[in-house]
Write a protein that binds this ligand. Structure first.
Ligand code: 13P
Length: 255
């Protein structure tokens, strides 16, 4: 992390976990544990948990995010949720292009780009996820895959808007597998993402963007990962579901 240049952000991605009452209980446990954090703390929660999560965290330093949004303002899109709906309930962040959406729900770079632009236009801050599959890494095309995702997902996004966007580097082979990228692997790709942003925009813009690492980040490996210059935080799955496991990651980012 380089806190002199950009915001450190630790975000939980709860995925399809926690009912509204469970969400309230987890957040109530978390609030006192992270109240003195010197980093941004976010919980990205299922749609049905948003209202209770926002109510529970009112007046605290925990911000609430959604796990997706549609690009249209309204219409015949059964099962989808618009940016306007999220804004009205008080959501600040939204995870987009998560590998689980890409893998199981047909999300493409084109739809990630549409959702990103819609989120920014509505005043939501997108957390755009990119990452290579194991076989892509084995074929030594990680950089091509990441560059392609960054270029397509951020197509037509202005420099001003990209500074409000968080990029999460999540190698797909490290998600929920217990396999973490080494801190050197994470730094290498996060630095490559920043270099790609510098080419697409300019150095000053690239330096302002928060780039997180995600994939089996936990209390044991977070210090080493967060010590890297270009790893500005984490997007945490499993370890965000237990307050006592999430708190040490927030503490590590607060150093
Ligand atoms: P895990 O931390 O469970 O590996 O999940 C990472 C992730 O996908 C966060 O978005």
């Amino acid at each position: 992390m380089d806190k002199s240049k950009r915001k450190a952000i630790i975000a939980g991605n709860w995925k399809m976990n926690k009912t509204p009452s469970e969400a309230k209980a987890l957040l109530e446990e978390l609030i006192p544990l992270v109240k003195d954090a010197d980093c941004e703390v976010i919980a990205c929660v299922p749609y049905v948990d948003l209202a209770v999560a926002i109510e529970t965290t009112k007046g605290t330093n925990i911000k609430i995010g959604a796990e997706n949004c549609h690009w249209a303002e309204s219409g015949a899109f059964t099962g989808e949720v618009s940016t306007g709906m999220l804004k009205e309930v008080g959501v600040e962040y939204v995870v987009l292009g998560h590998s689980e959406r890409r893998q199981y729900f047909g999300e493409t770079d084109e739809t990630v780009n549409k959702r990103t632009k819609a989120a920014l236009a509505a005043g939501l801050k997108p957390i755009v996820c990119v990452g290579e599959l194991l076989w892509e890494r084995e074929c030594d095309i990680t950089e091509e895959v990441i560059a392609r995702q960054i270029k397509l997902d951020l197509f037509d996004v202005s420099a001003e808007d990209v500074k409000k966007t968080v990029i999460a580097y999540e190698p797909v082979w490290a998600i929920g597998t217990g396999k973490t990228a080494t801190s050197d692997q994470a730094e290498e790709v996060c630095a490559f993402i920043r270099a790609t942003l510098a080419k697409l925009y300019d150095e000053e813009t690239a330096q302002a963007v928060t780039i997180q690492y995600g994939g089996s980040m936990n209390a044991d490996n977070c210090d080493e990962l967060l010590a890297k210059t270009n790893v500005d935080g984490g997007l945490i799955g499993g370890a965000s579901l237990v307050a006592a496991k999430f708190q040490p990651i927030v503490a590590a980012a607060s150093k």
